[in-house]
Design a protein around this ligand. Sequence first.
Ligand code: ZN
Length: 349
Amino acid sequence: MKAFVMREIGRVGFVDKPVPKPGPNDAVVRTTRALICTSDSHTVHGGIGPRQDLTLGHEAVGVVADVGSEVRDFRPGDRVLVGAITPDWGQRAAQAGYASQSGAPLGGWKFSNTKDGVFAEYFHVNDADANMAKIPDEVADEAAVYCADMLSTGFMGAENGNIPIGGTVAVLAQGPVGLMCTAGARLRGAGLVIGVESVPARQELARTYGADEIVDFSKEDVVERTMELTGGEGVDAAIEALGADLTFQTAVKITKPGGTVSNTGYFGEGEFVQIPRVDWGVGMADKTIASGLCPGGRLRMEQLLRVLAFERVDPTLMTSHTFPFDQMEQAFEVSDKKLDDVVKVLVTF
Ligand code: ZN
């Protein structure tokens, strides 16, 4: 089969690989749709160190091609969504409620990290009964594929923000994850959602997904403007959706005492992330800093698919580009170099 891989740090391309075989508890899925993620760029540029011919990608849906002898609930032919994070559910961290950290920090992240990813004609799924979900007939593949990471991570940002009904929320950056943080904040009952973003197309999407106010950081001071919009109080939850030291500091500054800084950002640079001491109430302002990695698992995926089945959110508005799999090199370049106002690149198989 054809697989799109990281040849080495900074270089991608196609290679031929054998179709994977399932172990007793596993499945093999024939890919139908996939999305390219900023994390794929981080990986290619050395974020997790060297990997030779590792298949990229972790966001995909498909049709079950083969299952192991112990798989109970799935059969070849089932349309399935697979979480980007595929934990080992027997691990201690999973039993403690932190499945994404199973086995090691971020240990639930296996695709295009510790095993081949989903940018291939077929991919392997560990612990299939616990990591796959059947896609309801009324949900299209090109919508369902957003649940793997974008909805799961974005909604986690809102969930970890502990948003009171009617509370105030700022979402710092409106990339695909930030947009789903915005949608999640609205679904969680926020009374005011502030979207921080400078790109007009993304500002527009943020409004569509539920931002009441847009703060353009290239034109105004985010701290000042947020304080103004919240009567000088700050927000109940500031969701960091970029992964930059400065943005994180802003999040701490605009969070009110008792509020939560909820991080979804991937901090790929520098040795430290800094907390502004005084705005943190010299460590005593009851400001919680929450973090997490995209939740995976069947239950989570079924819940997210229900959000789509009952039309609470339409993630397909984020699809700015579509490419067939054989044009993966061009597709990856658009996403990697952020060409042509890209938001999210969909790949069809
Ligand atoms: Zn992703």
